[in-house]
Design a protein around this ligand. Structure first.
Ligand code: GDP
Ligand code: MG
Length: 681
């Protein structure tokens, strides 16, 4: 393995809230590095980062885009990650493979909270990251104030590495806090060194001290120097930044205006000088460079030609074309540039490349050339739980058979999607992270797989049961031509405790209903119960066959089934039927300043609060536990997000069935269209 290649590789994820300027920053990084000759813009829809049709249409990144550049002998791979919380799975899957991440944010204190989930992910998985405070031309708040707000949502200390120079409102340059050199920005060329303005000297000192003090928390030598008022050498400061960033102990903070390339060169320099080389990260993750190839799938694409591409991070060793990984032979290695692919023969540790034809290999999977290789503690993003659903139907009925194959490809691309056919309602339900997420999935179904779908609100799988016992009689007698049909049953119908299900018994004596006909009775009862008097599946009833009569020639299992259905149709409506609705347990996670809003939201939706407490693994966040009717869940996430700046989230699971309150029941029955208990299945 070529050590120089390893030292000279950087792969960097660009992350941050929606619209903070990530795709614009990537465009600027690529143009400064000379990887593209003409900078695209979000407005014109011609950036490398947002080159997919789905992204262009929305002027918003909806998936991870990889791009490569070579700058000052360093091989860069950048991953432009979507910022919207609905596409967080994409971002998390990619982040686990990043050597470092740039967190892009806006200089607006009120929006800092939107970074909390991202910082938590980075901190939990110990992914080294720096912050780029972008849009400094639109700064409403002071740089240090924004910095201090950011500190509240990060468990790692933030370290300012630059300080802004303004002229009036306008940002014109920055001070490098390591060297204390001031620079003046220029459009299209590197910033010029200029004398440090006198008026900023005190502020600069304060910011620099903040940097040094934080660095010294991890370096005793630096701490001694600070205590003894010795000026630490620049090399020592840089070395500390490098070591402490590489170990994910600190978060250096930069600033600029990506749209004008301001501050982007120093950011590139920092990635070269401070971001960890792949060897450092590999060691920290418990890998050694001696062993064979290890890679991890960060993303799966199906190209418009239907070919499969797996974006992988090589953790260790070298991957060559045709190599078998987890028993599947890679067909083609490509460096990615937006939608373009450049073939190459090998990929070394630290690189992110796309591999062709890894059939059956899933996103997140760790790949090895040799099955008994140790893969240590590589990070892996959990699958996000679905929070939003739509029922979908193909526009053309014949397409129903194609749907399942297309859906499974879609889910391989995006593991945060989920689909199922509901047992009761028979609807096909598409689950995901929100409205836009599902719309993008449906766009892909239409474009890539020629499967246009219509959508509607999923039905709530209501059930019903009875409150009273009743006896009922059914006699089926039919004479057609030759021999007739005859069955006659007496049934005892009784309610059972909630959750018991359906029970069938018989207490026939003296063979008044012959043994061979009894299964027919049970079948008739079960068929009836698929649609009770209110039109929904019936649960928690006991039906006992107590008596009956038969005819030696005309009786049959079929005739007894009909008799049983008649008895049920007759008897059930007299048992005081009640409507039941599914109740979910939900765990709502929100920053504690929003807890009372979350409690109101749950109560306002007929929820029952079970309690709330601080989350043990997330400082400043609460978890509200409650029962919530499934009927109230549909756009729960939409409202929760709008109340919590987009960061609130919840997990749910089915818990029990509960009687629907009378007021609600009327509306449900009026809209169900199921008809009333005709007993025909
Ligand atoms: N004023 C200003 N606008 C910017 C800057 N960087 C990006 N933008 C604009 O912000 C919007 C969102 O940018 P984009 O790169 O798509 O953000 P992303 O969602 O983080 O990828 C676009 O309209 C950009 O032109 C900046 O530094 N200053
Ligand atoms: Mg973007």
């Amino acid at each position: 393995m070529n050590q120089k290649v390893l030292e000279n590789t950087r792969n960097v994820a660009i992350v941050g809230p929606y619209s903070s300027g990530k795709t614009t920053l990537l465009e600027s990084l690529l143009s400064i590095a000379g990887a593209i000759t003409r900078k695209g813009s979000i407005k014109d829809g011609n950036t490398v980062g947002d080159s997919s049709t789905e992204a262009k249409e929305r002027q918003m990144s909806v998936e991870v885009t990889a791009a490569t550049a070579n700058y000052k002998d360093i091989n860069f791979t950048f991953l432009d990650c979507p910022g919207s919380i609905e596409f967080a799975q994409e971002t998390y899957n990619a982040l686990v493979g990043a050597g470092a991440a740039i967190v892009v944010c806006e200089p607006v204190i009120d929006r800092v909270l939107t970074l909390a989930p991202l910082f938590k992910f980075l901190d939990d998985w110990e992914i080294p990251h720096l912050v780029f405070i972008n849009k400094m031309d639109r700064s409403k708040n002071g740089f240090m104030d924004v910095l201090h707000a950011l500190k509240q949502v990060s468990s790692r200390p933030l370290v300012p590495q630059q300080y802004p120079i303004h002229q009036g409102e306008e940002l014109v340059g920055y001070i490098d806090l390591v060297t204390e050199q001031a620079y003046h920005y220029h459009k299209g060329s590197p910033a010029d060194p200029v004398p440090l303005p006198d008026r900023l000297k005190d502020e600069e000192k304060a910011a620099r001290n903040e940097m040094l003090e934080t660095l010294s928390e991890f370096d005793d030598h630096l701490l001694e120097e600070l205590l003894e008022d010795i000026e630490p050498p620049k090399e020592e400061i840089l070395q500390d930044l490098k070591l402490e960033l590489g170990a994910d102990q600190i978060v250096p903070v930069f600033l600029g205006i990506a749209e004008q390339d301001y501050g982007v060169r120093p950011l590139l320099e920092a990635l070269i000088e401070e971001a960890p080389a792949p060897t450092v990260t590999a060691q920290r993750r418990g890998l050694s460079n001696e062993q064979g190839a290890i890679a991890q799938v960060l993303k799966t694409y199906f190209t418009s030609q239907g070919g499969r591409l797996s974006l992988v991070r090589v953790w260790q060793g070298e991957i060559t074309d045709g190599m078998a990984l987890n028993g599947v032979r890679a067909g083609g290695i490509y460096r990615m540039m937006g939608q373009q692919q450049q073939p190459t023969n090998t990929a070394s540790a630290g690189e992110i490349v796309a591999l062709g034809r890894l059939e059956g290999i899933k996103t997140g999977e760790i790949l090895t050339a040799n099955s008994n290789q140790k893969t240590a503690q590589l990070p892996k993003a959990d699958k996000l739980e679905p929070v939003y659903a739509l029922a979908i139907t193909p526009e053309n009925r014949k397409d129903e058979v194609k749907l399942s194959a297309a859906m499974s490809k879609l889910i391989e691309e995006d593991p945060s999607l989920h689909w199922e056919q509901h047992g009761d309602t028979k609807e096909v339900i598409l689950w995901g992270q929100g409205e836009i997420h599902l719309q993008v999935a449906l766009d892909r179904l239409r474009r890539k797989y020629n499967l246009p779908m219509t959508t509607h609100l999923p039905q709530v799988p209501y059930k019903e049961t009875i409150r009273q016992a009743n006896k009922s009689h059914g006699r089926y007698k039919h004479q057609t031509g030759g021999h007739g049909a005859f069955g006659d049953v007496h049934l005892d119908i009784k309610p059972l405790p909630r959750g018991t299900g359906f029970q069938f018994h018989e207490t026939i004596v003296g063979g008044v209903v012959p043994k061979q006909y009894i299964p027919g009775v049970e079948t008739g009862v079960r068929e009836y119960l698929a649609h009770g008097p209110l039109g929904f599946p019936v649960v928690d009833v006991d039906v006992t066959l107590t008596d009956g009569s038969y005819h030696t020639v005309d009786s049959s299992e079929q005739a007894f089934k009909q008799a049983a259905r008649l008895a049920m149709t007759e008897g059930m409506p007299k048992c005081n039927p009640v409507l039941l609705e599914p109740i979910l347990t939900v765990n709502v996670a929100i920053p504690s300043e929003f807890t009372s809003k979350a409690l109101q939201l749950v109560s306002g939706r007929r929820g029952q609060i079970l309690g709330y407490e601080g989350m043990s693994d997330w400082k400043g966040w609460d978890c509200v536990t409650a029962y919530l009717p499934q009927a109230e869940m549909h756009n729960f996430i939409v409202e929760l997000r709008s109340l919590t700046m987009g960061v609130g989230t919840f997990k749910w699971q089915y818990d029990h069935l509960q009687e629907v309150p009378d007021k609600v029941k009327e509306t449900v029955l009026a809209h169900s269209g199921n008809g009333h208990g005709n007993g025909k299945g």
